[in-house]
Design a protein around this ligand. Structure first.
Ligand code: SF4
Length: 64
């Protein structure tokens, strides 16, 4: 599984970072998402799903 982030769609809400700071960070310039680990394993897989579901702009998706 791979996390795909569309920084063009991201509105910098930071919901993903709040959900799992081990997977996501935000750009200091414009607040858009930075994926720290795009191939999560173990319990981080569930967190990745959670972040995708919570993102208000549908900027995150998962490639199986
Ligand atoms: S939750 Fe979505 S909109 Fe907010 S920073 Fe993360 S990817 Fe961007």
């Amino acid at each position: 599984m791979k996390i795909i982030a569309d920084t063009g769609t991201c509105v910098g809400a930071g919901q993903c970072v709040l959900t799992e700071p081990e997977l996501f960070d935000q750009s200091e310039d414009d607040g858009t998402v930075i994926v720290l680990n795009d191939t999560p394993e173990g319990e981080l897989v569930e967190k990745a799903h959670e972040a995708v579901n919570l993102c208000p702009s549908q900027a995150l998706s998962l490639q199986e």
